[in-house]
Design a protein around this ligand. Structure first.
Ligand SMILES: [Ca+2]
Ligand SMILES: [Ca+2]
Ligand SMILES: [Ca+2]
Ligand SMILES: [Ca+2]
Length: 359
């Protein structure tokens, strides 16, 4: 029963496909030329009419795209290029419209809306005036392009800062830039200004303004990726931000950090093995038991510069510094601020501008 139903469905779908085919073809009937069943092409000469494919045809006088005459096209030298372009000895055509100033000899299609030849780049049927065809390339989003002088959106030069940022984020030469590669995951300080801090997101390779300690804290928390306690144990701990707030047992780990590790905030040696909680963690031992924490630098390698959240604990967040592969506690806004100031790398405005800003 089910099989029969599927067969009927398949037949139905095929009939739709074929119906569409028949409708789109040229037909010669009643002494005239039709595109599809009903659309008569008045200009067409049935005797010399030749279908080139399902969308282009010629006769002794004209070239046709679907049911329309391509004005000015020469039927004797007309050839198809990849849709939507075609050409003859004189000109290039975008569907049925001549592409202004295009050179048929050197014309190449870049995508469905951009093309170039030895003289210009083109958007649909228009030349992009003053474009540089040698360096003109389409970006990761089809509507964007660039040459050595400008970025373009839908064939127009981009001048707004906001749009420029968007365009650059689609530029593979920027996003895979070696320079950005070196700085990904780092915190940068604008030394030529007032020490403004930026975080270069290691996945997006874009920079985020860290602003005030509260902004920095929020931004860093927002990027946090959940990680299990077991995985956290593989990342070495940095001796920073560990006792910035109340430390009830005075073991060098604040109550907040103890909560993150699950140690006793009223006991300097939670597991009573003779080594205090902080000492153990910093040297890679488990403050809650006999074993080692299992530091794994291979595990850390692919995670440098990212921010992780303790999904199994209280949502504490940590930053893995790409320079020393250690994790830094981001307990409070002040902690995020400390990380920013102490780990931040000075950068010139010129170099900073090579990294796309995201807001
Ligand atoms: Ca403590
Ligand atoms: Ca303790
Ligand atoms: Ca201990
Ligand atoms: Ca121990």
């Amino acid at each position: 029963m089910r099989k029969k139903f599927l067969l009927i469905m398949a037949a139905f779908i095929l009939s739709l496909v074929f119906a569409d085919n028949i409708k789109a073809d040229y037909q010669i009937k009643e002494g005239g030329v039709f595109y599809g069943d009903t659309e008569k092409i008045d200009e067409a000469d049935a005797a010399s009419f030749k279908m080139l494919d399902r969308e282009y045809a010629t006769d002794k006088n004209y070239v046709y795209f679907r049911a329309n005459v391509i004005t000015g096209a020469d039927p004797a030298t007309f050839t198809r290029m990849q849709l939507p372009y075609s050409k003859d000895k004189n000109a290039v055509y975008y569907y049925e419209t001549a592409v202004s100033y295009a050179d048929p000899g050197s014309f190449i299609k870049l995508n469905n809306i951009y093309a170039k030849d030895k003289i210009n780049a083109y958007y649909k049927s228009n030349a992009i005036i003053n474009s540089d065809p040698v360096t003109f390339t389409v970006l990761l989003d089809n509507q964007y392009a660039k040459d050595k002088n400008n970025y373009y959106h839908d064939g127009e030069i981009i001048s707004s800062e906001t749009e420029l940022r968007t365009a650059k984020s689609k530029d593979p030469e920027i996003t895979s830039n070696v320079f950005v590669e070196k700085l990904k995951g780092k915190i940068l300080l604008q030394v030529e200004q007032n020490g403004e801090a930026w975080y270069v997101h290691p996945g997006q390779r874009m920079r985020y303004y860290l602003g005030t300690p509260q902004d920095a804290f929020n931004i860093m928390k927002n990027f946090g990726i959940g990680m299990s306690n077991n995985d956290f144990k593989k990342i070495p701990l940095a001796d920073m931000n560990l006792s910035n707030a109340a430390d009830s047992d005075q073991d060098g780990l604040s109550d907040q950090v103890e909560a993150a590790f699950g140690t006793d905030k009223y006991n300097r040696d939670t597991d009573n093995d003779g080594f205090n909680d902080k000492e153990e963690i910093l040297s890679g031992y488990d403050p809650n038991g006999k074993t080692k924490l299992g530091i794994d630098l291979k595990f850390v390698a692919g995670r440098k510069g990212f921010i992780y959240i303790q999904a199994d604990q209280n949502g504490e967040s940590w930053y893995i510094n790409p320079d020393d592969s250690k994790r830094y506690f981001l307990g409070r806004p002040q902690d995020a601020f400390n990380v920013m100031r102490r780990l931040g790398l000075g950068i010139t405005d010129e170099n900073l501008n090579k990294i796309v800003e995201n807001k």
